[in-house]
Design a protein around this ligand. Structure first.
Ligand code: NAD
Length: 434
């Protein structure tokens, strides 16, 4: 099939690559010339495990084409996917400027009969807006389908290749057949392609992300209670998650969720409710708990040093919002580091993939970047673990202790065993553990 994808970010490029891998010819239209240049040179502009190999293979086989020219990019497409960003606006709603612009750019140049599919996460009713823009410019009906994406950064290729389900919002029978054929190779293990109305499809994405974020805030709230009451959240979460009705996924206490999806999508569903005169209490509490969790963690660090971090060097392990990505959008590390700097401290950070992206946001005199966890800890007053990269899980603690000025660890992801660390002479602060 000939496909076109507007936007070559995390979702657009992964989707394009995985479609190409099945033999489809995919044109990727990206408005950022620098990004497009990199792609045309066979380079992936961000870190995603396995993507570079798969992308370059399909690129050199001629199944992936990169361009900044919409007309060129969509000229033979049977389906045009929109995968542009939908960041938070000032009132929490999703900013649809890139969606509207993409629709307006596609309209005059797309082939007659091409289906336009919205892959970006968009509020209910956005496909109606896209359809209106397209038909308004073309003066003919255009089929617009909702096809939200559920991949996770860090595991994106696997998630796309083996989705739990594919959601397609359309009532159009031709579109249903085309989407059924397009996704058949990815659903060989019996996963379903679920057809529903466009509005239900758009809402399914927000409801899914809000539910997952809610589980994280739930266990984080339980962790606060554990600290107050003398229970251990690591034991509690195992006990709770062992119930087959509940499960262990997204039930890990920590410094809260971040990234380019959960925070903005929770805010957007709150706004969607507000627009309908509804007060959606669970998403609101989810968002509140998430903010509180970061603040509580930061408070622990600052209070340990009697609320004065002047002259203190804090080593930070992990900047990305989660492991296996270089994405720092709304990453807890950004807020936590800012608070440490505001309290007068200096920070020396290390992340295996996200240093460049972090540097673009945290470019202060008191902020240094190092080449390893050990270098970050050299002469540090404390180590703060924020992202649970595997390489941070079992470091040489004796070496760390010898390097640090004071052996204090704030473990924002509960990756260490407090008993072992205490026996090695560390002062240990975790989340909901004693
Ligand atoms: P991103 O910011 O990484 O990528 C968007 C890309 O679109 C950028 O490269 C931008 O330059 C380009 N773009 C914007 N307007 C354009 C236009 N008119 N023409 C051509 N290119 C244009 O965003 P992302 O993380 O890939 O997310 C895209 C959408 O998918 C969002 O709605 C997001 O919520 C959703 N989503 C993201 C993830 C994820 O893990 N990142 C997962 C599921 C869904």
């Amino acid at each position: 099939m000939r496909l076109s994808i507007i936007g070559s970010g995390y979702v657009g490029l992964v989707s394009a690559t995985c479609f190409a891998e099945m033999g489809n010819i995919v044109s990727c239209v990206e408005k950022d010339p620098a990004k497009t240049k990199k792609l045309q040179n066979g380079t992936v502009p961000f870190y995603e495990p396995g993507l570079a190999e798969l992308m370059t293979h399909n690129f050199y086989e001629g199944r992936l084409i990169f361009t900044t020219d919409v007309k060129e990019g969509v000229k033979e497409a049977e389906v045009i996917f929109i995968a542009v960003g939908t960041p938070s606006d000032h009132d929490g709603s999703a900013d649809l400027r890139d969606i509207r612009a993409a629709a307006a750019e596609i309209a005059p140049v797309s082939p007659r009969g091409a289906i336009v599919a919205v892959k970006s996460t968009v509020p209910v009713g956005t496909c109606d807006i896209v359809e209106k823009i397209l038909t308004g410019i073309r003066h003919e009906p255009v089929c617009v389908v909702s096809n939200p994406e559920f991949l996770k950064e860090g595991n994106a290729i696997r998630d796309f290749m083996y989705p739990d389900r594919v959601i397609v919002g359309t009532a159009d029978e031709r579109a249903k057949q085309i989407f059924f054929d397009l996704f058949a190779p990815y659903t060989k293990r019996g996963q379903s392609i679920v057809f529903m109305s466009r509005r239900s499809s758009e809402l399914t994405k927000y409801a899914s992300n809000t539910y997952l974020a809610m589980r994280i805030s739930f266990i984080n709230e339980i962790s606060m209670l554990c600290e107050a009451i003398g229970a251990n959240v690591e034991e509690v979460r195992i006990g709770v998650g062992s119930d087959s009705r509940i499960g262990q996924h997204f039930l890990f206490p920590g410094v809260g969720y971040g990234g380019s999806c959960f925070p903005k999508d929770v805010r957007a569903i709150i706004k969607m409710g507000r627009d309908q005169g509804l007060d959606l209490r669970l998403p609101k509490s989810t968002d509140d708990v998430n903010k509180i969790q970061r603040e509580r963690f930061t408070k622990k660090i600052i209070e340990r040093f009697s609320c004065d971090l002047k002259g203190r060097l804090i080593a930070v392990a992990g900047l990305a919002f989660k492991p296996q990505t270089d994405d720092v959008r709304e990453a807890p590390a950004i807020d936590i580091i800012r608070a440490i700097l505001n309290a007068g401290g200096a920070v020396r950070a290390f992340d295996p993939a996200a240093m460049e992206n972090a540097r673009a946001i945290l470019n202060f005199r008191a902020m240094q970047y190092s080449k390893s966890l050990y270098e970050a800890c050299d002469n540090a007053d404390a180590l703060v673990v924020i992202t649970e990269w595997n390489e941070f899980r079992r470091p040489d603690f004796d070496r760390l202790k010898a390097l640090m000025k004071t052996p204090i660890i704030f473990d924002g992801r509960n990756i260490y065993n407090p008993r072992i660390l205490k026996s090695k002479g560390f002062e240990y602060f975790g989340i909901g553990v004693h």
